[in-house]
Design a binder for this molecule. Structure first.
Ligand code: RIB
Length: 305
């Protein structure tokens, strides 16, 4: 197995609207989409479609939306051994507003069952965490299982990637369990205590995060691409262009999943960042989160442009 992902599943309920409503305002939507989402699941699907063998550890309820999760994984041919079901909590949902034209979004996640992962469920998955080539996780579930899984991966020397989304403060003890940290501009700014909007600010933030013990930092910069830093290099990769941005939902997830896939298959850090950058460029040209993850063939074609 190449990549093991621990994280959330949610059903995304998306409205495209000419402008995002202000508090108290009602606006008419242009279209509605329902699809698979949740950062963990999106990242697992991105890695799977990019060509990795993937195991996902997540949790749904026992409701209609849980069936939606299972049929999504079945259609993709993904294993669901570690897709746990909670007896009481509802399957996660996300309410997403997408601004027509820019593709920018606002998201409210109701993680539901994802907040009820149990220590023994992580323990049951220890063999897949510890036999992966890369372990990838985020902060959209309850946090103790995240720390537990990072420690399990670390104990066997499995490279770990933490996508610190949605933002939570992280202490140095956690960061020292992380080989790759992949914040976006907002998360990097909150982690570092200064705004990260420009490439030079991303360089400073990457250095600050490396000083806290993370060997590899990737800061995603939206339409400006990404900034990568390790002990040898600090590089800005401008965003690839695959067409106009329709919907940015899941673009960061796509980047993380593709990055994990490339690293698990032996790419150098910069090769992996280029692969991930190309995948994210394709993702924003399509509607939806899981539905917009590109295939390996599409990413390779994009890399040749
Ligand atoms: O990162 C995008 C994802 O965030 C969406 O799919 C939504 O479900 C939320 O988890």
């Amino acid at each position: 197995m190449d990549v093991c992902v621990l994280g959330s599943f949610a059903v995304d309920l998306m409205s495209v609207t000419p402008q995002l409503p202000l508090p108290g305002e009602t606006v008419l939507g242009q279209s509605f989409h329902m699809g698979a989402g949740g950062k963990g699941s999106n990242q697992a699907i991105a890695a799977h479609k990019a060509g990795a063998q993937v195991q996902l550890i997540t949790k749904t309820g026992r409701d209609t939306f849980a069936g939606f999760a299972r049929s999504t994984y079945a259609a993709l041919g993904m294993d669901t051994t570690y897709v746990y079901q909670d007896e009481h909590a509802a399957t996660g949902t996300a309410l997403i507003l997408v601004q027509a034209g820019s593709g920018q979004n606002s998201i409210v996640v109701n993680p539901g069952a994802c907040m009820h992962l149990q220590a023994q469920e992580v323990e049951r998955a220890a063999s897949v965490i510890q036999s992966a080539r890369v372990f990838l996780t985020q902060l959209e579930t309850n946090l103790p299982p995240v720390w537990q899984a990072l420690a399990l991966a670390r104990a066997k020397g499995i490279p770990t990637i933490l996508n610190p989304a949605p933002f939570q403060p992280l202490d140095d003890a956690i960061l020292q369990q992380v080989d790759w940290l992949t914040p976006n501009e907002t998360e990097a700014g909150l982690l570092c205590g200064f705004p990260v909007c420009q490439v030079e600010q991303a360089r400073r933030a990457a250095e600050a995060l490396r000083a806290r013990g993370v060997a590899h930092v990737v800061i995603t910069l939206g339409e400006k691409g990404l900034f990568y830093a390790d002990a040898q290099q600090a590089v800005h990769l401008p965003a690839a262009y695959a067409g106009p941005a329709i919907d940015t939902t899941g673009a960061g997830d796509c980047l993380n999943g593709a990055l994990a896939c490339a690293l698990s298959q032996g790419c150098t850090p910069l090769e992996a960042c280029r692969f991930a950058n190309a995948a994210a460029a394709l993702c924003v040209t399509r509607m939806g989160a899981a539905a917009s993850m590109p295939s390996r063939e599409q990413i390779e074609r994009q890399l040749q442009l």
